[in-house]
Design a protein around this ligand. Structure first.
Ligand SMILES: Nc1ncnc2c1ncn2[C@@H]1O[C@H](COP(=O)(O)OP(=O)(O)O)[C@@H](O)[C@H]1O
Ligand SMILES: [Mg+2]
Length: 348
């Protein structure tokens, strides 16, 4: 059925029951996903963008049949995650960016080969594919190195390749560039884009914290926060939404008094849609989304009254980050340290 979408969710929800010792004021459950409706056609590179705890990993785990939904339905390649998990698993792969799995005593190529054989690939096909991917990802010199002797970054790259070795119909990448250095992250993104170009009938869903990554890579993306989809469109359409509003960055310094902070209520100035305040080396940076340019004079007056002086002012074209701030009301902070609350990854 060529017209079947690669991924469909209907009113998908997931609630985690919290076990263990409970205090009276402890919530007994966490709503990780709520009413998620998503249709991703074949051939699309789709992104899920959201802060920590938004529900991205939960959604990926449901779609990869590692976790059951508690409400609603989800299908991958027309197959139901709850009743046809085995059929789905044969057609998909999943890589989690922070994950460093693999058999430590085996070398890079042995690990990949073993994995390919798990998927039932013919020896010759597996060898050729692994060779090509090792080369593209710049792991040539390390192919005979034991996994246990690799740096975390290289191990992550090996893991990433693993996700493509089986030639899956749908690939799920959970924060694929998390913690990678700039060059390695570039390689990962280029590999994904190249793979999608070479396999136009395949589908790839990735999650990310990184705005630029989502903007550059995704055909369409969903902004997710607190388990709910807040917007779903192409990156350029999402940015176009903000086109009629104007976005400013202001740098201000205190005039002998305390610096500007969030409690200064810049948001209460008429015509200010959103105001995000960030401290930077004793200076304060304000990111403002204004309904019209006219609101700016009110902001400057407000800051002056609060004892601050303006150092720099810049009018910007809206970025995806501004779209995010507009929808979620705060910045998408990059926090790579927080991986708690997650269940250990089960191998596919
Ligand atoms: N195994 C679990 N038990 C209880 N709560 C969980 C579990 N896994 C995730 N959560 C909670 O569900 C919410 C969504 O988490 P997650 O899907 O990991 O978000 P993300 O991947 O976007 O950071 C968070 O509030 C998280 O703490
Ligand atoms: Mg996650």
């Amino acid at each position: 059925m060529p017209d079947t979408p690669a991924i469909v969710t209907q009113d998908l929800g997931r609630v985690y029951k919290i076990r263990g010792p409970k205090r009276k004021d402890d919530p007994k459950q966490v709503i990780a996903l709520e009413g998620v409706n998503l249709t991703i056609p074949r051939g699309e590179l789709f992104g899920l963008l959201g802060p920590n705890g938004a529900g991205k990993t939960t959604l990926i785990k449901i779609l990869t049949t590692l976790l059951l939904p508690t409400s609603g339905r989800a299908q991958v390649e027309g197959l139901d995650v709850a009743s046809q998990p085995q059929e789905i698993r044969r057609r998909i792969s999943m890589v989690s960016g922070g994950e460093t799995s693999g058999y430590g005593l085996l070398t890079v190529e042995e690990n990949l080969w073993l994995f390919a054989r798990f998927y039932g690939l013919e020896n010759k096909v597996a060898r050729q594919r692994i060779d090509a991917m090792i080369q593209i990802m710049g792991l040539e010199e390390k192919r005979r190195t034991k996994i246990s002797d690799l740096s975390t970054g290289l191990r992550q790259k090996m893991n990433f390749i693993r996700g493509f070795v089986s030639d899956p119909d749908v690939v799920f990448l959970d924060e694929p560039t998390l913690g990678l250095d700039v060059a390695a992250a570039r390689q990962v993104r280029d590999f994904v884009l190249g793979w999608m170009r070479d396999h136009p009938d395949r589908t790839l869903l990735l999650t990310t914290h990184y705005m630029a990554e989502a903007d550059e890579m995704c055909d369409r993306l969903a902004i997710i926060d607190q388990g709910k989809l807040l917007a779903l469109d192409t990156p350029s359409n999402l940015k176009r939404r903000l086109r009629r509003e104007t976005v400013y960055t202001l740098k201000v310094a205190p005039l002998g008094q305390r610096p500007v902070n969030q409690t200064d209520m810049v948001e209460s100035v008429p015509g200010v849609h959103q105001a995000i305040v960030t401290e930077l080396d004793g200076l304060t940076e304000l990111s403002l989304i204004l309904e019209t340019d006219d609101a700016l004079s009110g902001v400057l007056e407000h800051l002056h009254r609060r004892g601050s002086s303006l150092l720099a002012l810049e009018k910007r074209v809206p970025t995806l980050e501004d779209v995010f701030i507009d929808l979620v009301g705060r910045r998408l902070d990059v926090d790579t340290s927080q991986r708690d609350g997650e269940t250990p990854e089960a191998p596919l």
